[in-house]
Design a protein around this ligand. Sequence first.
Ligand code: NAD
Ligand code: GLY
Length: 371
Amino acid sequence: MSTENSERIARVKVELGHRSYLIDISAGLLSQPIPSSVLEGVSKVVLISNKVVFPLYGERLCASIAAGGLSVESVVLPDGESHKDWHTLNLIFDALLTSASDRKTLLVALGGGVVGDIAGFAAATYQRGIAFVQVPTTLLAQVDSSVGGKTAINHPLGKNMVGAFYQPKYVLIDTDVLQSLPDREFKAGLAEVIKYGAALDVKFFEWIEGNIDALNQRTPAALAYAIRRSCEIKAGVVADDEFESSKEGGRALLNFGHTFGHAIETALGYGAWLHGEAVACGMAMAARLSAELGRISTADMQRVLDLIKRAGLVAELPPIAADTMLAHMSRDKKNEAGTIKLILLSTLGVSCIDATVSREALLAFLRRQRA
Ligand code: NAD
Ligand code: GLY
């Protein structure tokens, strides 16, 4: 991972050998020409977006791509997590096949994490894999989902259960687009920013504590730093453990808050709680469990809870029966041979995989949260 700062564009590189790629971050980037290296060898571009984002930014991005001399077709998907499924994925394949898209077609995902994950999975599987570019438009997608190559759709029995690791060719982050993001979505994105600090970088956690008001107000300078630092941290983790296979934790540590969070999302029905909202609550649960197990002090646990609340997020478990939570947590992708693996805090800014909490102990902990 390396970072460069030109006058305007912050540039983070995800180092993955011949699959390395750049993340460019700047205000106004949507109106700039796409780097020619990204468009080299491309026959045409198919822009994948949704019915909320396309009317806002589709035309601008199409014009920037067309300025490079390529034709652009658009596929506009229904909006929302409840559409992150086979049916919507098939809409992309229908469009690609109807327009005779070949292996040199470049997919460009313009939207939040839902569009990015589903378009990425389409790119991973169409004709056994075509190139794709991420243009994330939510805070969550800019700091997390557009980077690292996790692509997926949901299954009724589990979140992101069908997918592939498939890296994008380039990530274009225009920080201006965050100004049109609804408040609830913006706050959900802050959850993933807090995640990087709490689980991986105490200095960043302290910076977020000191700048949470500026972030809440969407101050451009604070946002630009939060996005760049989050991308740097994620790029480093992904470069070290792309396929989440490290025994020491590696990429799995990015799942801090997600074992509880995914269970909340699945139990409530996709879209009832936003992904970031569920992750925020999940981080609070993981911090509480870390404190109960004596891994972190009550004071550090409280700092995590306070920051979640100051970001306007909920730290209390919604009304889901403890055994329902446990059943969903049992299907987590990190689990092996029936053992539930949790990401817990060793100290603030340092996390670890814990496979020692028994199902009975976890059930009792979940029941106490509901008391
Ligand atoms: P989302 O994609 O549903 O976007 C949130 C809402 O904001 C949608 O209604 C969207 O249309 C709208 N929107 C997007 N950009 C906008 C803008 N600039 N202005 C106005 N409205 C805008 O949700 P999300 O939070 O971006 O992503 C959540 C998804 O990301 C989940 O499915 C989650 O599983 C996935 N995710 C994936 C990874 C990964 O590594 N691949 C990481 C984290 C989350
Ligand atoms: N969002 C977790 C990961 O990309 O690994």
